[in-house]
Design a protein around this ligand. Structure first.
Ligand SMILES: N[C@@H](CCC(=O)N[C@@H](CS)C(=O)NCC(=O)O)C(=O)O
Length: 226
């Protein structure tokens, strides 16, 4: 049984990627959620070489970093990447681009599933990231026929863009490919993640501050600690 270490579902976009891939792909794992800032983080650092989540443990093998986890799983399970070589090249390129790029989108629209925010500014760098996203999604959906980015099935490439769907919902991002965003949000695993995120009462002060620096709060749908 795999052990998957993740952080708070409300905030942890990197954790969501392998989690949703494994859940949708029927790859069984035991989940360990370590809340940001919790004392457990210190113990966790002994396990994960980077001290970051997600981190997958398979017996004596430790795999850290979302992309490495996806590749590790792809060696053992079908359907992580597409069968077709051309679709696979596209899927790997797009996932790698998400992993290393879209910096402005990631920084300015930090993931917080349970709130609705209005961005204070939409600078050109953010508009460039959104335009690139549209081009990339359109290329995949049109070339491989949808409904997912590299064809008929949900796979690693879609898992890499899953946090963008929550960001689009939180910040009401103006994306033309709303059907794809909706498709991601409606996946059973995404609904489960979202429900768990809404139920979290923990608030990470640095994350909350970062989000409020970039955007104004419209609505907070999360449960509150009693
Ligand atoms: N490139 C890494 C990024 C991982 C990452 O930044 N994870 C965040 C949580 S979303 C983290 O562990 N932050 C805690 C820290 O930096 O102490 C990946 O793809 O897994």
């Amino acid at each position: 049984m795999y052990e998957l270490y993740i952080a708070n579902k409300n905030y942890s976009s990197w954790s969501l990627r392998p989690w949703v891939l494994m859940q949708e792909g029927g790859i069984e794992f035991r989940e360990h959620l370590i809340p940001f800032g919790d004392a457990e983080w210190e113990d966790f650092r002994e396990l994960s070489p980077s001290g970051k989540v997600p981190c997958l443990v398979d017996g004596s093998t430790v795999v850290w970093d979302s992309l490495a986890i996806v590749e590790y799983l792809a060696e053992r399970h079908r359907g992580v990447w597409p069968q077709d070589a051309e679709a696979r090249a596209f899927a790997r390129s797009a996932a790698a681009e998400m992993h290393s790029g879209f910096t402005e989108l990631r920084n300015r629209c930090s993931m917080s599933c349970g709130v609705r925010m209005r961005l204070k500014e939409t600078p050109p760098a953010l508009m460039r990231d959104l335009a690139r996203l549209e081009t990339l999604w359109s290329a995949g959906l049109e070339r491989f026929g949808g409904p997912f980015l590299a064809g008929k099935s949900f796979g690693a490439v879609d898992a890499f863009f899953a946090p963008v769907a929550f960001r689009a919902q939180t910040y009401r991002l103006d994306l033309a490919r709303t059907a794809y965003v909706q498709r991601l949000l409606e996946l059973p695993a995404m609904r489960r993640w979202y429900a768990a995120a809404l139920a979290e009462t923990f608030r990470d002060v640095p994350h909350e501050a970062e989000i409020l620096e970039m955007a104004s709060l419209i609505e907070d749908l999360r449960a509150r600690a009693r």
